[in-house]
Design a protein around this ligand. Sequence first.
Ligand code: HEM
Length: 259
Amino acid sequence: MGPARALPVRVLCRLLGIHDTSAAVLARLVTPIIAMIDHGRVPLADVRRARQALEDELESAFFSLDDCNGPLGAAILDGIAAGTLTRKEAADNTALLFVAGTATTTAAIAHAIHLVVTMNTESRREALDAVERPGFLREVLRLQPPVRYTPRFAARRVRLGEIALEPGAMVQVCIASANRDPRAYHRSHLWSLDRDLEPAPLTFGRGLHSCLGAFLAELEVIEVLRYARSTLERASLVDVPKLQPGWTLRVPAELIVST
Ligand code: HEM
């Protein structure tokens, strides 16, 4: 899991123009924030401290850059200069990228590798040949979505089945369950390269607030599979991975393979 954990933070740093040396610090600072979102068993004071430290680190490693060579970073700094983004909006959203885009992508990398290394030789070769096909990763993440739940709030009085929801009521949409709904997908518990992905899986949410980083995350996983292809062709699983305990995220606690 080490490389799968390090990569998404590094990619974000490069996109923002943050020097690689800050990557480990940023990864450490987002950990309690992600833990709170995932299972909530973290003292709120620790989370507030980590959030402030994250902001401080971004202030010195990113917002103080004289010359930003990251494409996303340059766009954010231009937005502040042009007045289309306030400084606070830029700071909050930059911090959000590290919270939303790291453990999720780590999980996606791990799930994809896990699936590949548990296939027989023939299916594995077929899968590795197909990693760039649009349906390949969508199907991996349909089956193993890194985010289990996403919340929605009722904007008006509405009835969901037998339940009446008042305005403001929160509903937790269970992505993991919807993605395996047997009424939506034939033999929904199995991975299939030829599956018709209609309706589209909810892996990255839906609508106005669907995941901002979906394409980036997919690209990262595909690049890992392409880069590690020859290793993955001969790798085997050392132990069946357990999921990290948590409510929101589905992240393998450890994924150990031998080559
Ligand atoms: C495989 C990896 C990822 C998964 C499974 C994932 C999943 C999700 C889900 C389910 C949502 C909520 C969508 C909704 O409720 O409709 C979300 C929102 C979001 N994601 Fe991702 N995400 C991933 C990677 C990333 C990355 C790499 C970034 C950015 C670097 C990112 C940034 C965001 C942001 C900013 C939001 C909030 C969007 C909004 O509220 O408008 N995510 N993501």
